[in-house]
Design a binder for this molecule. Structure first.
Ligand SMILES: *[C@@H]1O[C@H](CO)[C@@H](O)[C@H](O)[C@H]1NC(C)=O
Length: 112
């Protein structure tokens, strides 16, 4: 095979791959939960939460809890324990913002 044949083939493969990856990432953002686990989380470990809504770029509904070590946990958004935990984190964030993150239990929170 001529050297050009190889280069062209490589180029086509590369472009195809690149295009596929772009399309995949455009359809499903990388931080989407693909499944949820109904496994309770210790509330002292959670620093933040975010709701994922089906149809807004993601395939399923989910609640995402962010832990101190920045891990993201995907849990069902319709479980009572999840609502309790969201409330807890919401009020703690509000409390911490009001107190300029000075209390020790606010150390782990983002200052955004
Ligand atoms: C999810 O977990 C909670 C707490 O452990 C439990 O009460 C509930 O029944 C579970 N739900 C399902 C659908 O398994």
């Amino acid at each position: 095979m001529a050297p050009w044949g190889d280069a062209k083939l490589f180029c086509i493969l590369f472009i195809t791959c690149y295009y596929c990856c772009m399309v995949t990432f455009a359809e499903i953002p990388m931080d989407c939960c693909l499944s949820v686990a109904n496994k309770t989380i210790d509330k002292s470990k959670v620093t933040d939460y975010r709701q994922q809504i089906k149809g807004q770029g993601c395939l399923i509904d989910a609640m995402i809890f962010v832990t101190r070590v920045k891990r993201k946990l995907c849990v069902p958004s319709d479980e009572p324990w999840v609502h309790e935990l969201v409330k807890h984190v919401y009020f703690r964030k509000k409390f911490c913002k009001k107190h300029n993150y000075r209390p020790s239990r606010c150390n782990e929170l983002n200052h955004e």
